[in-house]
Design a protein around this ligand. Sequence first.
Ligand SMILES: Cc1cc2nc3c(=O)[nH]c(=O)nc-3n(C[C@H](O)[C@H](O)[C@H](O)COP(=O)(O)OP(=O)(O)OC[C@H]3O[C@@H](n4cnc5c(N)ncnc54)[C@H](O)[C@@H]3O)c2cc1C
Length: 278
Amino acid sequence: MKYRKAASLTSFFTIRPRDAWGEIFFPESVDDVVRFTVEHRSFHLLGGGSNVVAGKLSRPVLSLRFLEGESTTHREEDGSVVVSMPAWARTAQLVDYLVVNGLSGLEFMAGIPGTVGGAIAGNAAPKGHSWEGVVRSVLYVKGGSVLTATPQFAYRSMRGIEPPFVILFAELVLAKERPAVVKKKVAGYAAKRLAIPYPSAGSLFRNPAGASAGELLDTAGCKGLAVGDAALYEQHANIVINRGKAAYADFVALRDEAAARVWKRHKVKLESEVKFWE
Ligand SMILES: Cc1cc2nc3c(=O)[nH]c(=O)nc-3n(C[C@H](O)[C@H](O)[C@H](O)COP(=O)(O)OP(=O)(O)OC[C@H]3O[C@@H](n4cnc5c(N)ncnc54)[C@H](O)[C@@H]3O)c2cc1C
């Protein structure tokens, strides 16, 4: 296990909070992860850091970044293809794997940053898509035990395992398809992505039932709203960005001000989608 005491963690988060700081552990084996979950009952688990804003952290961080050595494999089973993938694989690697091997079912992940584990834990997808029906099982570590489960999915969440847990591998059930067809679908999803020319953590708020957080924020006058360098993107009111040197407190104040404006205008309570770690 590699360990860095009291280090700057800015570069571990896609939104690059200036003052992200804390202790960080890099397990090098499954045994390291197991031991860590025995020794630390309370910790932050970091995947690609694309859905988190962090400040000065009181809990240690476990990063799967240097877990290596397990490659993705697949086998045919009853007309489908079962892919076994490490949770620390980047979603970009997953999408490449689909194209190269002619596998269909997760093309919608094209252009979404982060890791496979982070995507499963948060059911990350573009609007209208889900990991439901694709994840047959996950292998995870919890409190020193290595376990498996078949998770269920809801909007931006995975159900069936009580946190804290560390997903290590996933078995995904995909369909065989011609690589050219998969490639075209991937390109279609990628083309719909909004280009964001700033460090970002994606959507700041979850969509409330039957409504769009982006529209509520827009009509409450939040497009381009800023606290210091923390801002809501001018092209899309729900995208949180860092225009330069934003610190954790700036993002917190931005979140609270935007939620207050939406409450005042629409009487709708917005919930954060981005995780705020302190
Ligand atoms: C430009 C941009 C666009 C985005 N677009 C979308 C989008 O269209 N749709 C969407 O849903 N999201 C989107 N996101 C948000 C983000 O990319 C996803 O939520 C992503 O899946 C997070 O994965 P991660 O590995 O970065 O997780 P992190 O940000 O590191 O962590 C997020 C959460 O997942 C947990 N987690 C991470 N790895 C594991 C694991 N192995 N086991 C258990 N829990 C784990 C963490 O503890 C944390 O609670 C976007 C973000 C950006 C920056």
